[in-house]
Ligand binder design. Structure first.
Ligand code: FAD
Ligand code: FES
Length: 291
C-alpha cells in the first residue's frame, strides 16, 4: 500500500527483503519501498514503525537505494526500546515506512572535490552520497569514516592512494574500494587498519597536502555525533571551506507539525528556530555552528 503525504513524503507498507546484524548491535535492513526509492536523495531519512505495537516511529537515514528494483537500505544501531524491537522483525514481514523526508545534501557544482566524513551511524548518508556522486557525476569523492564499534562492513587494506595520511591509516570499506572511492577509517578503539584518532585528524592531514588553488575545489559533507560535527565545522572554518552537516535530533512527527525537533540556526535575518526534520536534517555548518 502506498499513500502520499504533501506529494513528496510517501507512506508505504514496506516488506522486509533482508535483515541481519553484520556486527554486534548493528543491523542492516533492506525494505521494499518503491515510492521512497524512486525519490530519495542522499541525506534524507525515513520515519519507520519499528514494531506494530509501538506508536512512535523512529527516524533512520537511507544508506542505499535502488530505484529500478524499488528497495531502500538502512543501517541502524540498537540503542533503546524501538531499535531493540526492530531487530525482532523478520524477512517477509512488513513495516510502515514514511519517506523520503528532509532536505538532502546539495553538492556544489563549483566544488567537485568532495570530502565525505561519517561517524558511527552517520556513515549511511555518506555511503549514499558517494554512490550517487560516482554514478551521476564525473567526480571522485573521498571518504573518511570513523567508528568506535566494529565497522559493520567488510574492510580491507586500500590500494587507492590518499596523500599526507599517518601510516596507521591503511584500511577502507571494501564497498567503497570497489566503487573506486578512496577512503580511510579511524577509531579510538584500536581496530585493525584504522587510524587511532578521529576522522577530522585524517581530513586535516589530507587538506594540508593541498595548495590554495586545489582547496578552492573542495567541499565537505558530514554526518555523525554532535562533537564530531562541531569539530568538522571548526576544521572547515580553519581551511575556509564550505561544509554541509546532517544533524540528529529527537523527533516525534518528522513532518514539520510538532516543533519537537527545533534547533537554533543562524540565518541572514538573525537567529531562527528551524525544524531538523523538514528544514534539515542537512544545514550549512556555519549556520548551525557559527564562529
Ligand atoms: C535524521 C535522523 C537520521 C538518523 N539515522 C540513523 C541511522 O541511519 N542509523 C541509526 O542507527 N540511527 C539513526 N538515527 C538515530 C535513531 O533515530 C535513534 O537511535 C532511534 O530513534 C532510537 O530509538 P530507540 O527507541 O531504540 O531508543 P530510545 O532512546 O529508547 O528512544 C526513545 C525516543 O527517543 C528518540 N531518540 C533517541 N535517540 C535519538 C537520536 N539520537 N536521534 C533522534 N531521536 C532519538 C526516539 O525517536 C524515541 O522517540 C537518526 C536520527 C535522525 C534524527
Ligand atoms: S519532529 Fe515534528 S516538527 Fe520535526
Amino acid at each position: 500500500m502506498t499513500a502520499s503525504h504533501r506529494g513528496t513524503i510517501f507512506l508505504e507498507t514496506a516488506r522486509i527483503l533482508a535483515h541481519h546484524a553484520p556486527a554486534p548491535e548493528q543491523w542492516l535492513l533492506t525494505l521494499e519501498a518503491p515510492a521512497c526509492a524512486e525519490r530519495a536523495e542522499p541525506g534524507q531519512f525515513v520515519h519507520l514503525q519499528c514494531d506494530p505495537a509501538l506508536p512512535m516511529r523512529r527516524p533512520l537515514s537511507l544508506q542505499r537505494v535502488n530505484r529500478e528494483q524499488g528497495w531502500v537500505e538502512i543501517l541502524y544501531k540498537v540503542v533503546g526500546h524501538g531499535t531493540r524491537l526492530l531487530t525482532q522483525r523478520a524477512v517477509g514481514q512488513t513495516l510502515s515506512l514514511m519517506g523520503p523526508i528532509g532536505q538532502p545534501f546539495r553538492p556544489d557544482p563549483e566544488r567537485p572535490h568532495v570530502l565525505l566524513l561519517g561517524g558511527g551511524v552517520g556513515m549511511p548518508p555518506m555511503i549514499f552520497l558517494a554512490d550517487r556522486l560516482r554514478r551521476e557525476t564525473g567526480w571522485r569523492p573521498m571518504a573518511f569514516l570513523g567508528s568506535e564499534l566494529p565497522f559493520p562492513f567488510p574492510t580491507r587494506p586500500s590500494r587507492l592512494l590518499i596523500p599526507g595520511l599517518p601510516p596507521d591509516a591503511i584500511g577502507t570499506l571494501s564497498l567503497l574500494e570497489d566503487w573506486g572511492v578512496p577512503c580511510r577509517l579511524s577509531s579510538t578503539q584500536g581496530q585493525p587498519g584504522c587510524h587511532a584518532g578521529y576522522v577530522t585528524d585524517l581530513t586535516r592531514h589530507y587538506l594540508e597536502t593541498l595548495g590554495a588553488t586545489e582547496r578552492r575545489n573542495v567541499a565537505i559533507y558530514a554526518c555523525g555525533p554532535d562533537p564530531m560535527l562541531r569539530a568538522v565545522a571548526q576544521l572547515a572554518r580553519a581551511f575556509d571551506l564550505p561544509a554541509q552537516l546532517s544533524l540528529e535530533e529527537f523527533m516525534a512527527c518528522a513532518v514539520g507539525g510538532c516543533a519537537g525537533c527545533v534547533v537554533p540556526v543562524q540565518t541572514p535575518q538573525g537567529k531562527a528556530m528551524k525544524r531538523v526534520c523538514v528544514d534539515g536534517p542537512v544545514f550549512a555548518a556555519d549556520a548551525v555552528y557559527p564562529a
